[in-house]
Ligand binder design. Structure first.
Ligand SMILES: [Zn+2]
Ligand SMILES: [Zn+2]
Length: 233
């Protein structure tokens, strides 16, 4: 990616979210925590982008720090909302996310409705391996953090948008945070899927973008409950 034509813009509102400027129209990956529409519009303008050019919003999962502005955006622009089939009932709020194990997990689960974003309909249902038309993005179903959690892989850029499937805490990598995760064992096992991909750049929802994480590290994280310090680039 050259400096003159940046195709991936990183925004932040509690969680990182991303605008992709390539293919047909603009694509947003997640929306961050709830924000005012004017703020979002201004953030787009600062990047030289028009919010009205947003065509699709791909949702990694339904936690509020990822979908806080989803409904407001959907009402303001002609964008489609895309999510994995197994995440749809949580986005529409037909069902609650399965409760994480342990006391901290229970407390998170108990308080989660207080922060929850408004219910939203999904326009396009995704499955593992789905290609997202007009973007070069492919869906990698990585269940466990939530049942329908996805990472998004761009083979052309060798880039992965991790959602909460992989977390970078100031150079220490781990799978998802246990007490936010519906099934932490399954979430860690999902990391082995990432080791099958050819990835150079990791765009985290939580933590700085990193390059050069080996497949061995990804595989080892799948069996670990402690973070691993990584000398990424
Ligand atoms: Zn999450
Ligand atoms: Zn998150």
């Amino acid at each position: 990616m050259s400096e003159q034509t940046p195709a991936v813009h990183v925004l932040n509102k509690m969680a990182n979210f991303f605008v992709l400027e390539e293919g047909q129209g603009l694509t947003l990956i997640d929306t961050g925590n709830k924000d005012k529409l004017e703020n979002l519009r201004r953030k787009f303008e600062q990047l030289g982008l028009d919010l009205q050019a947003l065509r699709r919003i791909v949702v990694t999962h339904s936690h509020y720090d990822h979908v806080g502005s989803l409904l407001a955006l959907k009402q303001a622009v002609a964008a489609q909302v895309l999510a994995h089939r197994d995440e749809v009932p949580f986005l529409t709020q037909a069902k609650r996310i399965p409760r994480p194990a342990g006391v901290p997990g229970f407390l998170f689960w108990l308080s989660e409705p207080l922060f929850r974003a408004p219910a939203i309909a999904v326009d396009q249902v995704l499955l593992d391996g789905s290609m997202i038309e007009g973007t070069g993005l492919q869906v990698v179903h990585t269940p466990g953090h939530t049942p329908g959690h996805i990472c998004l892989y761009h083979a052309g850029r060798k880039a992965l948008f991790t959602g909460d499937g992989l977390v970078n805490n100031q150079g220490k990598l781990s799978g998802p945070v246990p007490f936010f995760s519906s099934d932490i064992k399954q979430a860690r096992a999902s990391l082995t899927r990432l080791a099958e991909l050819d990835i150079e750049t990791f765009y985290f929802a939580h933590g700085e973008t990193m390059r050069g994480i080996s497949k061995e590290i990804l595989r080892s994280l799948a069996g670990l409950s402690i973070p691993v310090a990584v000398a990424g680039k």
